[in-house]
Structure formats: structure tokens, C-alpha cells
Write a protein that binds this ligand. Structure first.
Ligand SMILES: NC(=O)c1ccc[n+]([C@@H]2O[C@H](COP(=O)([O-])OP(=O)(O)OC[C@H]3O[C@@H](n4cnc5c(N)ncnc54)[C@H](OP(=O)(O)O)[C@@H]3O)[C@@H](O)[C@H]2O)c1
Length: 295
């Protein structure tokens, strides 16, 4: 079941280390600094010297080459590296996790909480408090939709910290059942691509009827932006907003009838089901690889 918890305005964590200073880390750091978090409370590690210099210059944060230097004073770690390097990063930081016992947030798509717990665990140590997050690309504009899922070791205060972290780049909601993270990935994670596909189709149709491409692009982009704002800011559901612009016998109704006859709803349901199944499949392949590598 998916639940929203109340916003936790002042719960921005005190000392954060970002491991990996790429796209998502950069947006989150920009969001936090923009909200007034002191840059001196944010550390980042990033192998690329140019990215490190840009992060230090643009936000005033301390940028390290070594992951172990970044986490040294941090009680919240954001693992913002690609899934394929996450295991190595966790194993490198496991001893530090044992000593510091930070709240760990992982962004890696498709990597289950249990795997990250195992990689960070040393001896018979309890797994650290861990949150798995799935943001989406509008994080770059601080307009992300992020779903969060926590393990059993995360306290209420830590949930507040994790939520505040992602609210710095947009909306953040909790999902109780980790299995639903595949649905999240197939819905909001991949969602921007679905909207872009719709825009491509609308643009092609308008251009085919003679509208100049640049005019079509600008009108449709602003239409998606305006419709999105109406959805977010009015608090009304999509069906109500749709009905309000659909006069009986009018032009909008004609297009919507055509979409319905073509099976638009079923097409979208099928696409999201296929994406969800693919996410589960990739997780299963990943689990099998993990089992083989420890056997
Ligand atoms: N982009 C999204 O919208 C989005 C959405 C949902 C989830 N995610 C997840 O968020 C994570 C980050 O995505 P991203 O788009 O920000 O990726 P990214 O731009 O590639 O950033 C990852 C950064 O980590 C650095 N890195 C590589 N190996 C490292 C290591 N061992 N230690 C520390 N840093 C290392 C990379 O440096 P080099 O380039 O020099 O290797 C790169 O700058 C991924 O796991 C992704 O699945 C992203």
C-alpha cells in the first residue's frame, strides 16, 4: 500500500555525504543549498575531477576524490552511483557504516534493499537504517516525483530526514511494500518518457496538418506544462479536469472518442504492466547473479 506522510519541513539532515556527484546528486545538492542548508554540511565524493570542481564552485560543498573521506563526518549517506558500481561502493564503506551507523539512502534503480544491506553488513552486524528511493529526471529542475521505501531499522525521525531530502527536489511519498517499487519505476520513474512519446505523436500530427514544427513544439510543450500545473495545483483529479474541457459535441470530445475507440486505456495499462514485469525480471536476473557470485 502506498501512503503519504506529512511533510517534514525542518527535518533536513545535519551532515550529508553524497557518494557519486552525477546528475541526481547535483540536483539534490542544488535543492538543499537552495533551501538554505549550509554547504559546509554537505560532502560529496566523485572520481571525475571536473565534476568535483564544478560541484565545489557552484554550491560551495566539499568535494572529495575518496568515498571514505566524504563519509567520515556524515550521518546520512546518499549512494548516488550507477547500479553496477553500487556493490563495490558499499563494500568499500562497510566498516565505516559499522562505526558511524548512518542513515543510508540508495538511489540505484532495481537493486533491492536486502542486497544493499548485505553489501554494507560486516560480521554479524545489524543492517544499517536504509531507504531505497526512486526519483525521476525532473529532479534536475527540482520537480521530481520520488517514491521512498524503508527497511525496518529506519526510525520515524530518519524517515523525516529522508523525506526532507527528496522534498528539496520535488514531491516525496512513501511506499510500504518494496515489491511496489517496480510499479513506481514503471509509472513515475519511466513516466517522463511516456509524456515525451505523447508529445512526439501530437507534434507529428500537428506538423502533418501543416503547423510549422517550431510552433507545434512550443504550443504542445506549454500545453503539457500548463496541464501538469493544473493537475498539481488544483488538487482536482484528471477525470474532472478532462470533463471540464470536453463540451458535448465539441472538438475535444471527438478526439477523446477516437482515442477510446483505439484502446488508449488498455494500451497504457499494457505498457505499464510490461514495464513493471521487466523491472521484476531484471531484479530476478540480478538476484541470480548475486547468488552465483557468493556460491
Ligand atoms: N537520473 C535519474 O533520473 C534517476 C532516476 C532514478 C534513479 N536514478 C539512480 O540514481 C543513481 C545516479 O544516477 P545519475 O543519473 O545521477 O548517474 P550519473 O550521472 O552517472 O552519476 C553517477 C556518478 O557516480 C560516479 N561514480 C562512478 N563510480 C563511482 C565510485 N566508485 N564512487 C563514487 N562515485 C562514482 C560517476 O563518475 P564517472 O562518470 O566518472 O564514472 C558519476 O559521476 C543511479 O543508480 C540511477 O539508477 C537515477
Amino acid at each position: 500500500m502506498t501512503t503519504a506522510t506529512p511533510s517534514s519541513q525542518s527535518a533536513i539532515p545535519c551532515t550529508i555525504a553524497f557518494i557519486g556527484g552525477g546528475n541526481v546528486a547535483r540536483s539534490m545538492i542544488g535543492g538543499l543549498v537552495g533551501l538554505g542548508m549550509p554547504a559546509s554540511d554537505i560532502a560529496v565524493s566523485e572520481p571525475d575531477a571536473t565534476l568535483r570542481a564544478a560541484l565545489a564552485r557552484d554550491f560551495g560543498v566539499v568535494a572529495h576524490a575518496a568515498n571514505t573521506d566524504a563519509v567520515a563526518d556524515a550521518d546520512l549517506w546518499v549512494l548516488a552511483v550507477k547500479p553496477q558500481v553500487l556493490r563495490g561502493v558499499c563494500e568499500e564503506l562497510a566498516q565505516h557504516a559499522k562505526r558511524i551507523r548512518p542513515l543510508v539512502v540508495t538511489l540505484a534503480a532495481g537493486i533491492p534493499i536486502g542486497a544493499v544491506e548485505n553489501w554494507l553488513r560486516t560480521d554479524d552486524q545489524r543492517p544499517p537504517p536504509l531507504v531505497r528511493a526512486m526519483p525521476n529526471t525532473p529532479a534536475l529542475l527540482r520537480a521530481s516525483a520520488t517514491a521512498l521505501c524503508a527497511n525496518a531499522h529506519v526510525s520515524a525521525a530518519q524517515r523525516g530526514r529522508a523525506q526532507a531530502l527528496f522534498e528539496a527536489v520535488g514531491l516525496a511519498l512513501w511506499v510500504d511494500d518494496e515489491a511496489l517499487m517496480d510499479t513506481v519505476t514503471a509509472t513515475s520513474g519511466s513516466g517522463p518518457a511516456y509524456v515525451f512519446a505523447l508529445v512526439e505523436a501530437m507534434q507529428a500530427a500537428a506538423v502533418a496538418q501543416g503547423l510549422p514544427a517550431d510552433v507545434a513544439r512550443a504550443l504542445i510543450a506549454q500545453t503539457v506544462f500548463g496541464a501538469g500545473r493544473m493537475l498539481v495545483e488544483s488538487g482536482e483529479d484528471a477525470a474532472t479536469l478532462r470533463r471540464r474541457v470536453t463540451s458535448p459535441g465539441g472538438v475535444t470530445e471527438q478526439a477523446l472518442r477516437c482515442f477510446a475507440e483505439g484502446g488508449l486505456d488498455a494500451l497504457i495499462a499494457g505498457g505499464i504492466a510490461a514495464a513493471t514485469a521487466r523491472g521484476a525480471e531484471l531484479a530476478a536476473v540480478f538476484a541470480a547473479t548475486e547468488t552465483a557470485s557468493v556460491a
